[in-house]
Design a protein around this ligand. Sequence first.
Ligand SMILES: Cc1cc2nc3c(=O)[nH]c(=O)nc-3n(C[C@H](O)[C@H](O)[C@H](O)COP(=O)(O)O)c2cc1C
Length: 162
Amino acid sequence: MAERQFRDALAQFATGVTIITARAQHGFIGFTANSFNSVSLDPPLIIWSLARRSRSLAIFEGAAQYAVNVLAHDQVELARRFSHPHTDRFAGVAFRLGQADAPLIEGCAAWLECRHHALHPAGDHMLFIGEVVAAAHRRLSPLVWHGSRYRVSQPGPEGRDD
Ligand SMILES: Cc1cc2nc3c(=O)[nH]c(=O)nc-3n(C[C@H](O)[C@H](O)[C@H](O)COP(=O)(O)O)c2cc1C
């Protein structure tokens, strides 16, 4: 299978956009991720993956806890900043530290604080499974990633579908 075909098919899968953060020895690390997903309700587990070539890999591998920040519709600039090289991605970013001692960025649609549960190598990525110790949300439209572009979601019909 050609890589282009694989990438183009994946691009049709719309996802939210997160910034995953953790404390490092001197400051904090964080990067933009759309590989985040739910795994289990009991216990509450989530998953995400990080490229093995990532500069942050060693720190996340050693992190006992981290936070997943689910971005709101008006946080495109943060998504861009945390997916590009930057001397200090957190400069000027408003955040507080939660239970997991990791940055919880202001203005997000949701926050999930996790402790390390499992780590699995998978091809050129590393899979991280986290156990959620705290979660919170605000009723904001999320930022969406679809077709290799950021988009803003529109509210659907009234009512829940879950
Ligand atoms: C919308 C979007 C989603 C991304 N999702 C992931 C992801 O899930 N895993 C990953 O390793 N890189 C992902 N990336 C790329 C990283 O954000 C980017 O390579 C970042 O620089 C990695 O952090 P580092 O510089 O600390 O290695 C994504 C980029 C974008 C724009």
